[in-house]
Design a protein around this ligand. Structure first.
Ligand SMILES: CC(C)(COP(=O)(O)OP(=O)(O)OC[C@H]1O[C@@H](n2cnc3c(N)ncnc32)[C@H](O)[C@@H]1OP(=O)(O)O)[C@@H](O)C(=O)NCCC(=O)NCCS
Length: 177
């Protein structure tokens, strides 16, 4: 496996981030970013991510958040978003952590690396137990969660979901840092 570097975006990462945008052409852009839109300057992008990290100027219903990106040879190939705490919406779906790897980089262990970096980050924030969810049909994500010690809690189906969601909890005390 090539050397994957996992960290937050910095002012020097515009080219790597945009190379990552191109990896997701034709897919839902939210797999790469919840913030960036075509035409947004990198400086504005970083400023919004920093605000989200500090929990400042947050949109209604959003909690403080860290976006970790996976860098491989100058391309952002995946991400792990870490919600610092839960709210009512995240308790129904989404939980503390979400991850994605660009299609052509899947199946090489990068998703697992990003997920574990997110769990470490959450543990560092003082969270004791991580809630993680996946669609019941997403067998790769289900496997990742169970391999990370996820304890199944329940299935959930909400009006704005189009599929059944599995909800798991991971004891971060047992998660190696
Ligand atoms: C889920 C996702 C992040 C996995 O990323 P990835 O880099 O392919 O994951 P990994 O290579 O670390 O593989 C994770 C596990 O799934 C297994 N796996 C990977 N691809 C697989 C496939 N096509 N079929 C079956 N198992 C597979 C791996 O063997 C590994 O298990 P192991 O650790 O026991 O070997 C990626 O598929 C993705 O971005 N999907 C779209 C977004 C998404 O669904 N995010 C999760 C929302 S809950």
């Amino acid at each position: 496996m090539k050397n994957l570097v996992i960290r937050q975006l910095t002012p020097n990462d515009e080219a790597a981030f945009l190379a990552g945008v191109r990896e997701w052409a034709g897919e839902d852009p939210a797999w790469h970013s919840f913030v960036w839109q075509p035409g947004m300057t990198h400086a504005d992008h970083i400023r919004i991510l920093e605000n989200q990290f500090r929990g400042e100027n947050m949109e209604e219903g959003k909690v403080p958040h860290t976006m970790l990106y996976g860098f491989l040879g100058g391309i952002v190939i995946g991400r792990c978003s870490v919600r610092h705490r839960l709210n009512d919406r995240l308790r129904l779906r989404g939980g503390h952590i979400g991850y994605a790897v660009a299609p052509r980089f899947r199946g090489s262990g990068y998703g697992t690396r990003l997920f574990h970096a997110g769990l470490d980050h959450l543990k560092g924030l003082g969270v004791a137990t991580a809630m993680v969810t996946c669609a019941k049909s997403n067998l790769v994500s289900k496997r990742m969660i169970e391999c990370a010690g996820g304890v199944f809690d329940r299935e959930s189906f909400n009006d704005d979901d189009d599929e059944l969601i599995l909800i798991y909890w991971i004891d971060l005390e047992k998660h190696p840092s």
